[in-house]
Write a protein that binds this ligand. Structure first.
Ligand SMILES: [Zn+2]
Ligand SMILES: [Zn+2]
Length: 335
């Protein structure tokens, strides 16, 4: 089969012919239809999580069940069923404190797809059965792939903040995560303020469902936010360290600031702003395969769609290198 592989740390992806992998006990073979390109693929390239090489990256995998390893229930994991695999790569133990607390993603046995084992930049891949999320029939392979990492990250982080439906929420950044966050928050019943630099993205933000648009590169934007109302949550999808304190200032009483992307450096926040307004700063990873399944079901029922540009597997390096100037999400089309 054809696959794109990092042969050594820091290298480019190389297209190679490799044997189709066999699913071991408890694992499933997936025929890959498409795979979304995520910034975190670079974690595989640079070995940030200690992966070995050669390694096939890709953790926004959309495909179909093709073969079952020993011990996988054929009545539940039916051959031909559409499935997705995200950052949570399965293999949770089910016995540790984190598992018993229903936090599979924090189990020490849990693996990361495309880091600890080969991911979706290939015609076939194998994954533990607990990493699989069933995809509702009829969902489009290219538009759905980004929901498996970017989508679940915004949907699952936000729904866990317990913000009252109808409240004002801000979405900072209008890239891969942000354009999905606006749609999800709107469809979940919130009044969304899109927060981005410049005025050129206002039209698009409103088409995606934002009720308001605030240009955060202009002086006075914090007052503009406050004038709209009491903002109960801001999702930072493309943060810089300076946006943290100003977003805290823009939040209303009890407001929550949720970090969804890594900041390039440590940030400063004024404790008086936090204590004086019962405000909090929250970090959130993504979620597990059950959260992914709920993300997909919600997106399917509510027509939340990723805006994508597709690439053939041969052009995967271009898709990954140009991710910084991607208008939303790049997706590698494999089938
Ligand atoms: Zn990702
Ligand atoms: Zn565990």
């Amino acid at each position: 089969m054809k696959a794109a592989v990092f042969k050594q740390i820091g290298g480019d992806l190389e297209i190679v012919e490799v044997p189709v992998p066999e699913p071991k006990q408890g694992w499933v073979r997936i025929k890959v239809h498409s795979c979304g390109v995520c910034h975190s693929d670079n974690a595989c390239k640079y070995g940030n999580f200690g992966n070995s090489y050669p390694r096939i990256p890709g953790h926004e995998v959309f495909g179909e069940i093709e073969k079952l390893g020993e011990g996988v229930d054929p009545n539940y994991f039916k051959i031909g069923k559409l499935v997705g695999v995200g950052w949570f790569g399965g293999n949770h133990c089910g016995k540790c404190r984190e598992c018993l607390n229903d936090q599979w993603i924090f189990c020490k046995e849990s693996l990361i797809c495309g880091i600890h084992y080969d991911g979706g930049y290939a015609e076939y891949m194998v994954a533990p059965s607990d990493s699989l999320a069933f995809v509702p029939e009829g969902m489009n392979a290219e538009e759905t792939a980004p929901l498996l990492c970017a989508g679940i990250t915004v949907f699952n982080s936000f729904r866990n903040q317990n913000i009252k439906v109808g409240s004002l929420v801000g979405v900072q950044g209008l890239g891969g995560l942000g354009h999905l966050a606006i749609q999800f928050c709107k469809k979940m019943g919130y009044e969304v303020i899109a927060m981005s630099s410049g005025d050129q993205k206002e039209k698009l933000a409103k088409e995606l469902g934002a009720a308001h648009y605030v240009n955060i590169s202009k002086d006075g934007w914090i007052d503009q936010m406050k004038a709209i109302g009491s903002v109960q949550c801001i999702l930072l999808t493309a943060p810089s360290s300076s946006i943290v304190q100003s977003s805290l200032d823009a939040l209303g009483v009890n407001g929550k600031l949720v970090l969804l992307a890594l900041l390039p450096e440590p940030f400063n926040a004024n404790s008086l702003t936090l204590i004086g307004g019962n405000k909090s700063i929250i970090g959130w990873s993504s979620g597990d395969s059950r959260d992914t399944e709920q993300t997909l079901n919600f997106a399917n029922k509510n027509q939340v769609k990723a805006m994508v540009k597709t690439f053939p597997l041969e052009n995967v390096n271009e898709a990954l290198l140009k991710i910084a100037d991607a208008r939303f999400r790049h997706v590698v089309k494999i089938l």
